[in-house]
Design a protein around this ligand. Structure first.
Ligand code: HEM
Length: 470
């Protein structure tokens, strides 16, 4: 990977140095929900928040550095500047618990005490192992599997006729699921396994995102929750597939993350299943969303699409990309980073205060929520020029510095994503390779709008036509 900035990107920055400029007339302003101009009653706001957490924000929320808000009975402080985000998620991280009730109730049935929602000693022990096996240093072992999966996807697309109709979001979901399953379970994972895991996870997330109202209402933890029969049935199905794959990977001599986690962390079968579920959950839909949005944005911006294609053809000469090719693909990387800025797959980071803290003069009480929203921060008027415009060049080497802690698609602090290099390598290999052959176009009549429940997606469907690349 071309950059080594810690933890993931490290520029010198001057916060709030960049004042908005009006977008240039040829700028692409991709879709976003309208911003509120008047106050909504609390219940209406909550209902909107449940359906799509992007559509509850006022214009002023794209300007303020920090603001208190309320989720009915629960107080929340939104950190909305590099300084306040750093104060909460890095400097005072110890006082804030990752396991927000919303996330725990949504995910615990599926991932048990997996890294994503564990805290304290369990988190510390698990983080060490999971971070080590997904670390950038392991990419040389992991990336050849990505190249193989992308080559297979490319071959499958080549059998479709020119202009073939595909559901791009589902295509990228299958590709990302195959990459994470190959990495986790090694050669024993088949495409059918990956497809089953992907569809089961997507169905689970769609259901729980709509069901756990008590948590969103801020009701206490002891309040009985309706865990639907269908949710339990889905979890049982996913766990059965994962148990089978974990056992097969352990019995196999070939390399896999499951074997590495068993060797390095001494995890038992349940811990292995929970961490496998965590990695699939954390690394599958997020990367699929990134790729889906990138194809969509390229389909709307012919100049960027042709620049990316030219770069890919020059670097790869028709080959499928490998890890070694990535330094020669700076524009591909910039397109993906600009996509992460405009449509961060994880649009909200939530914590719960374990003890009282103060952030930028605001008193946070024990039990209060502390939030950071990449959705707001990445479009903040004090940080970005033309914040709603798609301008990949802002991420090219030599461009004005990107505000450190103002661009947090992978989070920050001790709980920063362990898979950021993994995800970017995978997305670069896929986008550069496939863009050599095809120039996907949005299907006529399709209307795309961002929707965010647990992750930020281009709606339910992304129908595209695989036009041959010119
Ligand atoms: C574009 C793709 C991805 C995005 C945008 C993304 C984003 C994030 C974010 C924002 C967090 C922190 C959440 C918080 O602080 O509340 C996170 C955590 C995590 N991510 Fe990713 N992620 C991506 C891909 C991946 C991949 C591919 C993997 C694994 C191979 C992965 C593994 C994890 C894990 C294990 C955590 C939990 C870390 C902890 O709590 O200590 N992610 N991710």
């Amino acid at each position: 990977m071309p950059t080594a900035r810690a933890p993931w990107r490290h520029f010198g920055y001057s916060a709030f140095a960049m004042q908005s400029a009006a977008p240039a007339t040829d700028d692409l302003i991709p879709p976003m929900p309208p911003r509120l101009t008047a106050r909504l009653p609390a219940l209406a706001l909550l209902q909107r928040f449940r359906e799509d957490m992007l559509s509850v924000w006022h214009e002023r929320h794209f300007e303020e550095p920090v603001f208190p808000t309320r989720l009915l009975t629960r107080r929340a402080l939104v950190c909305n500047s590099p300084e306040t985000v750093h104060a909460a998620f890095v400097a005072q991280n110890d006082a804030l618990e990752r396991k927000s009730p919303q996330l725990r109730h949504a995910l615990e049935p599926l991932i048990g005490d997996g890294l994503f929602i564990s805290d304290g000693l369990t988190w510390r022990a698990r983080r060490k192992v999971v971070a080590a096996v997904t670390h950038r240093a392991r990419l040389a072992e992991i990336a050849p599997g990505m190249t193989e999966v992308v080559a297979a996807h490319r071959a499958a697309w080549a059998t479709l006729g020119p202009g073939a109709a595909v559901e791009m979001q589902a295509e990228m979901g299958r590709l990302a699921a195959m990459v994470i399953c190959r990495t986790l379970f090694g050669a024993v994972a088949t495409e059918a396994d990956a497809a089953e895991v992907a569809s089961a996870f997507t169905a689970y997330l769609a259901r729980v995102a709509g069901e756990d109202l008590p948590s969103l209402l801020g009701l206490p933890d002891w309040f009985p929750r309706l865990q639907g029969f269908r949710v339990r049935a889905e979890v049982a199905r996913i766990h059965a597939v994962l148990r089978r794959l974990v056992a097969a990977a352990l019995a196999e001599a070939g390399p896999s993350l499951v074997r590495s986690m068993a060797a390095e962390g001494g995890f038992d079968a349940t811990a292995l299943r929970d961490e496998a579920a965590t990695l699939i959950l954390a690394g599958h839909e997020t990367t699929a969303n990134l790729l889906g949005w990138a194809w969509y944005l390229l389909s709307r911006d012919a100049a960027s699409a042709s620049r990316l294609r030219a770069e890919a053809r020059a670097a790869l000469a028709g080959r499928t990309a490998t890890l070694e090719d990535l330094p020669a693909l700076p524009f591909t990387r910039a397109v993906l980073e600009e996509t992460l800025r405009l449509y961060p797959p994880v649009a909200l980071l939530a914590r719960q205060a374990l003890r009282p803290v103060e952030i930028a003069g605001h008193a946070v009480r024990r039990g209060d929520m502390v939030l950071a929203l990449p959705w707001l921060l990445h479009r903040h008027r004090a940080l970005w020029e033309a914040p709603d415009a798609f301008r990949p060049a802002r991420f090219l080497p030599g461009a004005a510095p990107i505000p450190h802690h103002g661009f947090i698609p992978f989070g920050l602090g001790p709980r920063v994503c362990t898979g950021s290099h993994f995800a970017l390598a995978e997305a670069m290999i896929a986008l550069a390779t496939l863009a050599q052959d095809v120039a996907p176009r949005l299907a006529p009549g399709a209307e795309i709008r961002p929707v965010c429940r647990l992750s930020l997606r281009p709606g339910e469907r992304l129908p595209m036509l695989l036009d041959p690349a010119p």
